[in-house]
Design a binder for this molecule. Structure first.
Ligand code: FAQ
Length: 319
């Protein structure tokens, strides 16, 4: 560790050089190390958005817990949704090491001042959606998040290691569910194809806007927060998913999808970026419902927070 801690108080040039040397040596910045304000703000923005996504991401799947087709499927789905709550908590804890308060982040989410992933603004219409979310949404999340295990900020990188292990289980349970449905009746196979058609393009949008329209990528890569661009990860996801679709026996709904021998990668069509912008602006099919439910849950939990604060005050604890 070469970074200078805040208690040493050297001049600002020295602090900047120590920070840059740590990044250049591909070492970790830790909470007590000095860091530029913009680096801190970028991490808070990304980690908070990530945490909010995990918490809001419980809703589309939570919709099916009471209607799971068997006890086994219900147990698997419950475990997955609980994992997502846990991921949200690790991520809020990582954000708190940067000097923000979890309550403040939640307030920003429920007043639409911070984002969460676009993907969770789409509805889950059949049980095949549970399989397709595991396969495509967790598959995309893994593609995006494995490189974050090498993020330059220590607490975020360490949280991502555990999260990625659990996401891997999530992806496999989804794929196993779809394999089961694809070996079932024609109606079950149709459900899988129909769900794939709805989730494919929103899954590609999870990686963010095209590189040319991504204001944050270059700086985040220079700081070792992001390790790949949005388009690089989207390409990796497509290349990984095409053979999985073939093994399942489903068609990905893109007439432009084909192998390009010269590039040794798949060509694929352009997602509808106007839809992406509309969803980010609050106009997706479920934005209003997701936020309303999150606000209600927050209000319903007020008595728990008050009781915890009263207990802490009585026993002289701060948390
Ligand atoms: N949705 O300049 P960039 C999961 C925003 S977790 C909404 O490219 P950046 C697990 C972006 O924030 C899924 N907003 O930004 C699970 C920025 O806005 P701002 C969440 C998006 O940060 C599975 C603006 O657009 N994963 O799925 C999206 O460099 C199943 C410009 O974009 C993470 O958060 C989007 N898709 O790159 C749970 C991973 N894309 O703040 C339940 C960590 C972009 O400037 C069930 N995050 N924006 O106003 C990242 O890797 C990055 O933040 C990106 C965006 C790649 C998402």
């Amino acid at each position: 560790m070469t970074a200078v801690t805040t208690t040493e108080q050297p001049g600002s040039d020295e602090l900047t050089s120590a920070f840059e040397a740590t990044i250049a040596a591909d070492q970790r910045i830790e909470p007590r190390d000095w860091m530029p304000d913009a680096y801190r703000a970028t991490l808070i923005r990304q980690i908070a958005q990530h945490a909010h996504s995990e918490i809001i991401g419980m809703q589309p799947e939570g919709n099916w817990i009471l209607r799971a087709p068997s006890l086994r499927r219900k147990a698997i789905l419950l475990a997955k949704v609980q994992d997502e709550a846990g991921h949200g908590l690790y991520l809020y804890a990582a954000a708190e090491t940067l000097g923000v308060d979890r309550a403040e982040l939640t307030e920003k989410l429920i007043t639409s001042r911070q984002k969460y992933s676009s993907i969770f603004n789409y509805p889950t219409l059949s049980y095949a959606d549970i399989g397709v979310i595991g396969w495509l949404v967790d598959g995309a999340a893994i593609c995006n998040q494995v490189p974050l295990c090498r993020c330059s900020y220590g607490p975020y990188a360490r949280a991502m290691i555990r999260i990625c292990k659990e996401e891997s289980f999530h992806q496999r349970q989804g794929y196993e569910l779809l394999m089961t449905m694809m070996s079932g009746t024609p109606a079950q196979r149709d459900m899988v194809q129909e769900a794939t058609n709805r989730w494919w393009w929103p899954s590609l949008m999870m990686f963010g806007p095209p590189d040319a329209d991504s204001p944050n990528t270059q700086r985040s890569m220079a700081w070792g927060i992001k390790r790949h661009t949005n388009d690089e990860l989207r390409q990796r996801f497509v290349d990984m998913t095409v053979p999985q679709a073939a093994a399942l026996g489903v068609t990905l709904p893109d007439p432009d999808l084909r192998w390009n021998d010269e590039r040794q990668a798949h060509d694929f069509g352009e997602p509808d970026w106007s839809e992406f912008k509309a969803v980010l602006g609050g106009g997706g099919p479920c934005n209003a419902q997701r936020l309303a439910r999150r606000r209600r849950a927050h209000q319903d939990g007020a008595w728990v927070r008050e009781a915890a604060a009263a207990y802490a005050a009585k026993h002289g604890r701060t948390s």
